[in-house]
Design a protein around this ligand. Structure first.
Ligand code: CO
Length: 648
């Protein structure tokens, strides 16, 4: 193929260094790699993303300044298994870095969509696997759905250096029948994706395949639909209260830039709150940087089940196109997402990011005994969200910005349980339907909050509420106080929540004082649910060390982006946060990144079957002395002529 070199350099310069990668730039990157001889026919693109400039460069940028536009790609040769990490400048049309991955050290590039599909053919061609199916009376292999799952790293002899998936299978009664209802338990195939063969087959136990169907989308299964829900219409007759200029959003006092990339999905850049005539920075960059779903069943068929949905499967790549009226209700603004496919070509996902305003009840209210004043104001939030589907699960990530400066992230988990044949003792799971089990598991997320509370110089205090013993200062025993402990170094900065003492973490700027003389601050309120429950000696505790603590604080370093390290798939562990904090850099009055682990431990319920009602988790960032007083006194009382009441 001949390459038009002009095409490579003819990419128009973006208006801002954090502008999202365009389809034209993805095409130009691929052409550049091709010109430089980095691509052969069997080359695939597990990753192609914007290589963001450092914070220093971005903060120094003024409109009109030149931008050196860089990309990072992970190239995998599916014929040889060799993989390279490549960094290139599109502006200079040059390759800046090529590093071959060492599978024993780095592990493997993220999993490709085409590998999911390849697994189907590989296991069905394997005589041992076919025999295991025949042992279970399964002969129509067209109705078997092999489910490719990330392999983890378990030091199993013979696996060194191989690119692997582990495959559990499910049965359909017919092509429209949801296979999750019929796990073919007791059999797991370990598949080498490069040699395209089953390298090990575990055929552990003959368990009956659960028969009952779980077709929540089939009217015959569901029965008559209720007719008692009247429509709720949300209208904003005068339009929305936000403005969008490219990727920059302004809503009330908030401003930020929308980013979207293949690994983390939605990114909020340069989040500021306008106060006293200036845009005060709060967070420089916020994203869900990793998540892991470890399962509790220690048996030979499932001990390895641990999915890193960001590092192994790429959350952003799994993004849904959202549908108006179903996924998003009201006056919706959509952003498309532009991503690279497995061949390095651009693909557009329409309506990938949803943004809208929501009324969320009362903001503040008081009826005064003495003055007879009666005042109520309504709270509102701006919602910026996206939904992904990773196998059986669906996750919605919802950032909320409130009128009063509060920030929240809510993660909604839904979809279909990962099922098993229910074992007689039921120790590691719940029976959710006759004969159908669902193993215990956790969904643990890590959000990377590159904080910038009113500037780059930040510090973190741990705040606990403590009883005070009875004594001369506390004769009646009613005293309690908030203790403050400054986290001064990275090793001190890895902490666990303690709901019993109402533990929160305050991120303050010691150089900016509010009118009562305290450093301006935001406080992180964790939900304080369990961290990783696997044993400290387990493979997953090494690989997902970030999930063993609710809080980590590191000194900003532009290369430190992912809490479990750059490469997660089959990585032996120890990378990312646990490695970085051994430097034990000072974090008291520095440019800081706060990493927060949160999530739910899922004990499946019969009500979660055959499709799960949303379960939520997340955290809150609350201004604490960031403002001099309630910043919403200027919110006008609402007048809503379309609202009406009855009764009473
Ligand atoms: Co779950």
């Amino acid at each position: 193929m001949s390459i038009d070199e002009r095409k490579i350099v003819a990419v128009s310069a973006p208006a801002h260094p954090l502008a999202r990668l365009t389809a034209q730039e993805i095409t130009a990157a691929r052409a550049l790699f091709e010109r430089e001889g980095l691509i052969v026919e069997s080359t695939r693109f597990p990753l192609l993303a914007l290589e963001e400039p450092s914070k220093t460069e971005v903060l120094a940028f003024s409109p009109g300044d030149p931008v050196d536009r860089r990309v990072r790609a992970v190239l995998l040769d599916i014929a040889t298994g060799r993989a390279h990490n490549v960094v290139a400048s599109l502006t200079q049309a040059s390759i800046q870095e090529v590093r071959e991955l060492d599978p024993l050290v780095d592990g493997q590039p993220p999993i490709l969509l085409e590998e999911f599909i390849a697994v189907d053919d590989i296991v069905k061609a394997d005589e041992g696997w076919r025999h295991a199916m025949r042992r279970r009376g399964i002969t129509d292999l067209d109705l078997v759905c092999p489910c490719p799952l990330s392999a983890g790293a378990f030091d199993i002899p013979g696996e060194e250096g191989r690119r692997l998936l582990r495959v559990l299978s499910f049965l359909q009664h017919r092509p429209s029948d949801h296979p999750w209802a019929h796990p073919i338990d007791g059999v797991v195939a370990y598949v080498d994706l490069i040699s395209r063969e089953v390298v090990e087959l575990i055929d552990a136990a003959l368990l009956p395949v659960p028969e009952e169907e779980g077709n929540f989308d089939d009217p015959d299964y569901v029965g008559p639909q209720r007719s008692t829900l009247k429509p709720i219409e949300i209208s904003q007759p005068e339009g929305v209260s936000f403005e969008v200029d490219g990727d920059v959003v302004r809503w009330q006092n908030w401003a930020f830039r929308v980013g979207f990339e293949p690994r983390e999905g939605l990114v909020l850049h340069q989040l500021t709150f306008r106060d006293g005539g200036r845009d005060r920075p709060v967070i420089y960059r916020a994203s869900v940087a990793e998540m892991v779903v470890p399962y509790a069943d220690p048996g030979p068929v499932r001990f390895w089940q641990n999915y890193f949905d960001a590092g192994e499967y790429l959350l952003g790549q799994q993004v849904n196109s959202l549908r108006l009226g179903c996924d998003c209700v009201g006056e919706i603004y959509y952003f498309d997402a532009v991503l690279a496919d497995g061949d390095g070509h651009p693909r557009n996902v329409p309506q990938a990011i949803c943004m809208h305003e929501e009324d969320v009840g009362v903001l503040w209210k008081h009826t005064d005994l003495f003055t007879q004043s009666e005042e109520t104001r309504r709270q509102r939030r701006l919602v910026i969200s996206f939904f992904v589907t990773v196998g059986n699960y669906d996750y919605g990530f919802y950032w909320y910005l409130y009128l009063d400066g509060k920030i929240e992230l809510e993660v909604k988990s839904t979809g279909v349980l990962f099922t098993s044949a229910h074992a007689a003792d039921g120790k590691w799971g719940t029976q959710v339907a006759p004969g159908l089990g669902a193993p215990l598991h956790q969904h643990l997320f890590n959000v990377r909050l590159d904080m910038m509370v009113d500037g780059l110089t930040n510090a973190v205090d741990e705040l606990d509420l403590r009883r005070v013993p009875v004594g001369p200062d506390n004769p009646y025993g009613n005293a309690f106080a908030q203790t403050q402990t400054r986290l001064t170094s990275e090793l001190e900065g890895s902490r666990v929540a303690d709901p019993g003492v109402g533990r929160t973490w305050r991120v303050s700027n010691p150089e900016q004082l509010n009118r009562v003389g305290s450093p301006v601050a935001y406080v992180l309120r964790p939900q304080g649910l369990p961290t990783l429950l696997a044993d400290d000696s387990s493979s997953i505790a090494r690989r997902a060390a970030f999930a063993t603590r609710h809080l980590w604080v590191t000194r900003y370093d532009p290369t430190q982006r992912y809490p479990a390290g750059d490469f997660v798939n089959q990585n032996p562990g120890g990378n990312g946060l646990p490695a970085w904090v051994t430097a034990d850099r000072g974090i008291d009055g520095e440019d800081l990144v706060v990493w927060h682990t949160f999530g739910v431990t899922h004990v499946p319920r019969p009500e979660d079957w055959p499709v799960m009602p949303v379960d939520s988790c997340g955290f809150t960032l609350l201004p604490q002395g960031f403002f001099d007083r309630n910043p919403t006194l200027d919110v006008a009382p609402s007048s809503s002529p379309h609202c009406r009441g009855s009764g009473g």
